[in-house]
Design a protein around this ligand. Structure first.
Ligand code: ADP
Length: 348
């Protein structure tokens, strides 16, 4: 069931000069986030991600299209109703945005006070949240006494305080080191799985998407250029920009520059075999090569696991008579995707 839907949404800003073209930050975006998704939105700086976030949490109006949040068309709402919609969306930020002069406990209690909760209810809820994010012993500490990861855990507790159905994370791990990033992502996974909160995560880091997202939309120049199940997009990215993002975390078919290095370092026929989830069996490929009396070594690539589904690209240097290699590849092509790099490069 959908919880956030965008249909042909655009956002144009007035240009700095009257006679210039409007700045189109979001351009005809259509996407659907289902309840329970961890939905990743990835793009380079300037792609329009932050603008999209401000449209979803109703901080700015769209200039075109329809945005539906939890069944309500927010493009048609007045300020009072918008405030209620915003209350159903928790936000976490790259710079944490904690109150420096308030203790951890007071930071988390803040949205509850604003929402008019009673003192005993606030006490109980804050204690519950502190335990959930593993900071029960830091209730009286101040933000400056915490590490980056701890600050973001306070940010998450505060964002969840009023039990929103949606959590929007805007570059929430971009200021953290890799180890802390993984701790925070693990916590977000628990927020999603244990509390049923739908998470929309904006990032320029593909490994964040790989670690936590179930679905992904790739943005470029204000547009969504590709979207779908994370496994599908990672194992077979269609758009060049998506291929570049996937290439930052997955070793696929070697690029022309990498091919040159591989050919210099290894002798034999260089061939990539691509596997996707049960499409083909790696064991069968190796068996076919061995049965043909060919010698081979793995020189590039690997197998990746995305939420329990495997895919990968293995590049081998195969040594033996050319005719024997050709015959083996013909046989293998019947059950696996083969890229004969040496043939493509004209070096065999
Ligand atoms: P991202 O979050 O992917 O880095 P942004 O949404 O911040 O991208 O920006 C997308 C584009 O919209 C950029 O070209 C940016 O300069 C422009 N933009 C964003 N906000 C404004 C604004 N308030 N006024 C004018 N231009 C803006």
């Amino acid at each position: 069931m959908s919880i956030v839907t965008l249909e042909n949404v655009s956002k144009a800003y007035s240009p700095p000069r009257r006679d210039a073209q409007p700045i189109v930050a979001v351009d005809d975006v259509t996407l659907r986030v289902d309840k329970g998704d961890v939905f990743g939105i990835i793009g380079y700086s300037g792609a329009g991600k932050s603008t999209l976030v401000r449209l979803i949490n109703a901080l700015e109006p769209a200039t075109g299209g329809t945005i539906t949040v939890d069944g309500t068309d927010i493009t048609a709402l007045g300020e009072r109703d918008l405030r209620r919609v915003r209350g159903g969306i928790g936000m976490i930020f790259q710079q944490f945005n904690l109150f420096a002069s308030k203790s951890v406990k007071a930071n988390i209690a803040y949205p509850l006070k604003l929402a008019g909760w009673s003192k005993p209810d606030i006490e109980a809820r804050v204690a519950e949240l502190l335990a959930f994010v593993g900071l029960a012993d830091k209730a009286r500490a101040y933000p400056e006494q915490l590490s980056g990861g701890q600050k973001q855990r306070v940010g998450i507790a505060r964002a969840l305080a009023t039990r929103p159905a949606i959590l929007l994370a805007d570059e929430a791990t971009s200021a953290l080191d890799p180890q802390t990033t993984h701790e925070v992502l693990d916590l977000l996974k628990r927020v999603n799985e244990e509390q049923g909160v739908t998470i929309i995560i904006i990032t320029h880091e593909m490994d964040v998407i790989q670690t936590i997202a179930t679905k992904v939309a790739v943005m470029d120049s204000g547009r969504v250029i590709e979207q779908g199940d994370v496994f599908e997009v990672f194992s077979d990215p269609q758009h060049p920009a998506s291929q570049r993002f996937v290439g930052t975390v997955i070793k696929g078919i070697p690029s022309p520059a990498e091919r040159a290095v591989l050919q210099e370092r290894h002798h034999g026929r260089i061939v990539t075999f691509s596997f996707r989830d049960g499409d083909s069996s790696q064991a069968q490929v190796f068996l076919d090569l061995a049965t043909a009396g060919l010698e081979f070594e793995l020189i590039y690539g690997g197998i990746n696991d995305i939420r329990g589904r495997a895919f990968g690209h293995l590049t081998l240097a195969i040594r033996g008579a050319d005719a024997a290699i050709d015959a083996a590849l013909t046989k293998i092509r019947a059950h696996a995707t083969v890229t004969d790099i040496s043939a493509e490069e004209g070096t065999r």
